[in-house]
Design a protein around this ligand. Structure first.
Ligand SMILES: *[C@@H]1O[C@H](CO)[C@@H](O)[C@H](O)[C@H]1NC(C)=O
Length: 479
């Protein structure tokens, strides 16, 4: 990869600060559908947010009850009950067509087209499979059912100083989705994708048998085939997932960069590989880091970061973030800045990170659970499209605690005109690309879509004994 030194960057820096590069394509003309979209905040504010709150409260109470159950004598009984899984035979009259879960398409977080659920099908209701069955601190395993959400699991494990190794950011993402689809997070640079942290799957096969697949038992082929299979191989009813020891805070460093897309990509790569001197891209701001007084242990910063993410805000600006777990003693040391990002009135995380472009590099400590769910309140930057004023201070202080609106209720209140509008004008696309192709991918996305912000996050790709959905290119197996 071509690397530019300081000389290449400096002149461009000046230019970038003064003017953004001209847009490639003209902005779309407004249509009549723009008006209902503009007014969407009315049903969202008056209906979706209150309903979401009630739903959350009920769900929260249920979780408390369910977890206390699984830790008492009721636990074996409940598990016995799940063993009694529903089989297609339970619905003989509809024993025709595809076997799939009864989960309605609007309930899922994704916006994937699920037309197959409109076809003839045999539905299996798995809605009761939303329990954490066990947190095994000796084997360091969480035994969970597929509808357990990330918020549910971190609420339980973080106070025990434990966590899943990969915790995708949105509260409502479920274990089943993250396995049958895929899950990625800032810590994937160490642990791989969400499914790489799973040690066993319990699956109901099409013939109604319940099997447990691990990497080295007779169902190993199934074990490797399940991730990203979109539920096509069987019904997932439980999984065992590795736990790791965590500390109470995440020390997060924000590094603003300016340059061409290629240079932003290089700054991102060097933020976790250290292969190019990041300093070349650093912006030295007036306020500086000394005011925060938090960068006295620089050796610590040189270690491979436990969390990596970069947000590209425009074709010329990005903020690279790298994080390390930190103890509360360290976080509370004099002069360190603690940001309780989870409070309802806090600025949205992506906007908070963006301030690094003005104030320069800085470091702060975020409570671990607040860090995991930092993008939840605003759904990354999607929240702004739904409630354009929800990021403003008055709204955050008054009603920020109602955020975010639940996706199922948002989908229900979408009139067909709005639905079509989103289909035609809205891009929400994840791409997994080899690191060396990142500059080209960014360039492609700029030419084709010219949409920002873009979220970047590295993940380790394991080579498995069998060829899986996703496998390293030849020659890159050790990366
Ligand atoms: C978690 O770690 C902190 C600091 O080391 C300790 O004070 C606390 O007791 C631990 N909690 C549990 C449940 O082990």
């Amino acid at each position: 990869m071509q690397r530019r030194g300081l000389h290449g960057v400096q002149p461009f820096l000046k230019q970038a600060q003064n003017q953004q590069p001209p847009r490639i394509r003209k902005l779309r003309k407004k249509t009549i559908a723009d008006y209902p979209v503009k007014l969407r905040w009315i049903p969202v504010l008056s209906f979706v947010l209150p309903i979401s709150l009630i739903f959350d409260l009920v769900g929260y109470l249920k979780q408390i009850i369910s977890f206390s159950k699984s830790y008492t004598s009721a636990a074996p009984a409940r598990w016995q009950c799940s063993q009694d899984y529903p089989t297609p035979a339970a619905a003989p009259s509809r024993l025709d067509g595809l076997v799939c879960t009864a989960r309605k398409p609007y309930v899922t977080v994704g916006i994937r087209n699920m037309d197959y659920k409109r076809a003839r099908r045999c539905e299996v209701d798995l809605s009761a499979f939303n329990n954490v069955l066990d947190i095994d601190t000796t084997r360091m395993i969480a035994h969970v059912e597929p509808l357990v959400s990330m918020a549910q699991i971190t609420r339980l494990t973080v106070p025990m100083n434990l966590s899943l190794a990969v915790v995708p950011e949105l509260d409502d993402l479920t274990v089943g989705v993250l396995i049958n689809g895929y899950g990625i997070e800032g810590s994937s640079n160490i642990y791989g994708l969400f499914s790489d942290t799973v040690v066993s799957y319990e699956i109901v096969l099409a013939d109604g048998r319940l099997v447990k697949a691990t990497a080295d038992n007779e169902y190993a082929d199934l074990f490797y085939a399940i991730p990203w299979s979109q539920g096509t191989l069987g019904l997932l009813v439980a999984a065992e997932i590795k736990l790791i020891q965590v500390k109470q805070y995440v020390k997060l460093r924000y590094l603003p960069v300016r340059g061409t897309l290629n240079e932003l990509a290089e700054a991102y790569i060097s933020s976790f590989t250290g292969s190019t001197p990041v300093d070349n891209y650093k912006l030295h701001a007036k306020s500086g880091i000394n005011e925060l007084g938090c960068c006295n242990n620089h050796q610590n910063m040189e270690l491979q970061p436990e969390f990596v993410e970069t947000i590209i805000y425009s074709p010329t600006e990005a903020v690279c973030m790298t994080g390390w777990y930190a103890s509360s003693e360290e976080a509370k040391q004099n002069g360190n800045h603690i940001n309780r990002q989870g409070w309802w009135f806090k600025p949205w995380f992506y906007q908070h990170a963006e301030t690094a472009l003005q104030r320069g590099e800085f470091v702060e400590y975020i409570p671990t659970r607040d860090y995991y769910h930092r993008h939840t309140k605003s759904y990354f930057w999607e929240g702004k499209l739904i409630l354009p004023f929800a990021d403003q201070a008055w709204f955050r202080w008054l009603l920020g605690w109602l955020m975010p609106p639940k996706i199922p209720f948002l989908k229900i209140t979408e009139a067909p005109a709005i639905c079509n509008y989103y289909h035609e004008n809205h891009v929400l696309q994840d791409l997994l690309v080899p690191l060396y192709k990142l500059p080209a991918a960014l360039e492609f996305s700029h030419q084709e879509l010219e949409l920002y912000p873009i979220w970047l996050c590295p993940h380790k790709l394991y080579k498995h004994p069998v060829k899986t959905m996703l496998y390293p290119e030849q020659g890159f197996e050790s990366h």
